[in-house]
Design a binder for this molecule. Sequence first.
Ligand code: PLP
Length: 266
Amino acid sequence: MLGKYFSHSGKLLPVKKAKISIDNIEFTYGFGVYENLRVRKGKIFFINEHVERLFKSAEMIELKHNFNFEEIKTAIEKLIKKNRLEDCNIKMLLIGGEKPDLYIICLAPKFLDRKFYKQGVKVITENHERFLPQAKTLNMLPSYLIFKRAKEQDAYDVLLLDKENNIVEGARSNFFAIKNKTLYTTPVEKVLDGVTRRTVIDCAKRNGYEVVEKDIELNDLFNYDGAFLTSTSGKIVPIREVGEGGFEGICEELKELMKFYSGCLK
Ligand code: PLP
């Protein structure tokens, strides 16, 4: 964690005073939803989108609460100021039953080594379909175990495959394939509606790319020119190796898209 303070349902408290409710069944079962967002040079990225998604996830699991957008935004701004942080990641956690708690904490930003943006990353595959894929919930056990396997193999993430062997998404990211100037990605109903996925699609369209939502079979992957993952922390991360197979370098259209996206974020 970064900073000496966290926010508990709108109140700033010292991290040393943090307590958890062990007699609250929803807390012990991890009944909750969460969001991660980026703060760089004091700028909070895509706060509206992240708070909206937090509310949407809560609605999907019938987690009722009385927090509103302005309160959350103010709590984040106050926390960053109190912790005197210019660069951090913010984690919001809405958890509990009748009167849910909203925790907001500052975390150290994780940066992927620059070489991976040039060379691409290794990923592994796993047959797994997330429960309620459009909700960002604390139901994280399968993803945790799957991601642990990836780390043991020095892989950046895991491509999750459905029963038909389609690459649906990454364990912590959205998946895209690219051929010429067209991006292909799983239909949004089947995945988390990633904020980066959305902003990459928007930026790509504004720069003359076409975007097609469709299932992408693992067996067909190397008929594309390239593939990449998107997430708040990694932005656009090109894929080099998938299990035994791989792409030869990063195709020009993907390199260009990465440049366009940096411009779109400014
Ligand atoms: N898909 C899943 C399953 C995720 O857990 C995440 C991020 O945590 C993403 C996609 C990427 O979403 P975003 O771009 O909003 O960070």
